[in-house]
Write a protein that binds this ligand. Structure first.
Ligand SMILES: CC(=O)SCCNC(=O)CCNC(=O)[C@H](O)C(C)(C)COP(=O)(O)OP(=O)(O)OC[C@H]1O[C@@H](n2cnc3c(N)ncnc32)[C@H](O)[C@@H]1OP(=O)(O)O
Length: 224
């Protein structure tokens, strides 16, 4: 075995949206010579036996332990915008084994040396993550995002493509920042909240709210 790299076999928990993006990053990394991970397929409650982008759906989400015992590793990709509470409740109900969650940072992303990256984090190509920032468990940073320095991005958060999060920002868990949105420095975002696409968030917002516009105003409260 000496000298031979054995890739970790990855099952993506989710579907073709965010799951497909994570899958595409793994495949691209393989092409670029990064062999640490290999895409094995998906776990998805609605597509068992089918294929997503050519990869098999090998089981349902609640089979995560069974597949963990078989040696698979996982990435979490269930991130429906505005359903943060459901997303987090499901994650904890399934008791996703944290020691089987991997971290995927595309090699074309810039992530400062002292960024804390927890298990399950995904950072897509062309994103920037500044010094001393924390990306908590299963946070997704999609393509072309800027995440400033000294930020605290909560577990299961989803930063959509092209958003800009300034510095000293704190985001609770399972919140979403929409496509191209911007968040000014030192702003705090609660849990399960959403900053709408292309919005400019200038002030703190509480839990379970959607803010849109520039400057962003309360659009509605989320009832889940
Ligand atoms: C590659 C990727 O990562 S893709 C995934 C990223 N996806 C996104 O970023 C999408 C984020 N989602 C949004 O911005 C949504 O519009 C939300 C969540 C803010 C609001 O959704 P809903 O509550 O369903 O709003 P709905 O679509 O019914 O619109 C209601 C009103 O708000 C307005 N509105 C909706 N979103 C926004 C927005 N981002 N900015 C300004 N106004 C908005 C609509 O134009 C509409 O106005 P009207 O009543 O005058 O016609």
């Amino acid at each position: 075995m000496e000298g031979r790299t054995v890739s970790k076999q990855i099952l993506i928990m989710g579907g073709e949206g965010n799951g497909g993006v994570i899958a595409s990053a793994i495949l691209d990394m393989n092409k670029k010579g990064y062999k640490e991970y290999e895409l094995a397929g998906y776990l998805n409650d609605y597509e068992v036996g089918n294929f997503i982008n050519g990869y098999p759906v090998m089981g349902k989400l609640d089979q995560v332990h069974e597949f963990g015992e078989k040696g698979f590793y996982f990435m979490w990709a269930v991130h429906m915008i505005g359903h943060g509470k459901k997303r987090r409740d499901l994650f904890y109900k399934l008791k996703v084994p944290e020691d089987r969650l991997v971290k995927i940072v595309h090699p074309n992303a810039f992530v400062a040396d002292n960024v804390t990256i927890e298990p399950g984090v995904f950072v897509m190509a062309n994103s920037y993550v500044g010094p001393a920032t924390i990306l908590r468990k299963c946070a997704l940073v999609m393509a072309n995002c800027v995440v400033g320095h000294n930020d605290d991005i909560g577990e299961l958060c989803h930063l959509s493509a092209g958003c800009n999060v300034s510095s000293y920002v704190k985001i609770g868990y399972a919140s979403d920042v929409g496509l191209g949105a911007a968040v000014l420095e030192k702003v705090r975002i609660g849990n399960y909240s959403v900053v709408g696409a292309n919005s400019l968030l200038t002030k703190d917002i509480e839990d379970s709210v959607i803010y849109v516009g520039s400057p962003a105003k309360l659009h509605r409260r989320i009832e889940e």
